[in-house]
Design a protein around this ligand. Sequence first.
Ligand SMILES: [Mn+2]
Length: 283
Amino acid sequence: MEQLTTIVGHLAPDLDCLTAIWILVRFGGARNAALQFVPAGQTLHHRPPDENPNIIHVDTGGGRFDHHRPDAQGLCAAELVRRSVAPDDEALARLVEQVNQIDNASAPRGSQGFFNVNALVAGYNLLFPNRPHHVAYAMMPNLDAWYEHEQRQIRLEKAFARRVEFETPWGLGIALDGDDGCSSKLAYRHGAVLYAYRNEKGWMGIAARSRSNVDLSPVYHDLRIVDRDADWYLHPGKRMLLCGTPKAPPRSLSRLTLDELVRVIQGEALFMEHSSPVADRRR
Ligand SMILES: [Mn+2]
């Protein structure tokens, strides 16, 4: 029978404290831990912080998972817990790196007006001022979702190594096969003006940089000829051309390969249809 763990954080828990608790619960085998909250800096029942291995203090009490001590400058409680519990988890490292920047107030400025994860935590503390454990439980699925996001970023970056670069009338195009379909930002950062993808579900899309003069109307026109049964959707802005997204799963998938889509973007659609209609070749 597992000894019940108690995790102790501080009142009005902040992002760092909440992340430290979440890591212990999700990665540290403390799934059924009880949560306690004390005034910041204190410990449970004023005992030494690391006296009982089943009572774990985070972000308070001056113990091993509290960064408010001289030898933990520049760290945060979540980082101390991460190093101890899951040092090799890349997605977690990325998440905690951002928590650390936020906690040490070195987050990039200029986005103060936008709602962010710190504001979310503040909102939960406003909702539950006397129930810090509610704040902690409310943040768990948010941190889970953040972790999923970081995992996908890593998958996208790995997939990006397999990218195909091609010429378009507007500049560099990048095509990517079999990814999660959302690495347009990576492509733009790499200098592309246009990004084409096909994911493992067969959903395809073309996206162009927002500050560009790309007009995908002619590509849409050609797709309606060579890929006429597919559910292509041209966004009113003319810079997005989609056949299947999680928001709008297609009734009818494209029959094109990614290479063929690239050729359509490059204006070779007529040639493709002339030589042998794509739909017939696929059977
Ligand atoms: Mn704190």
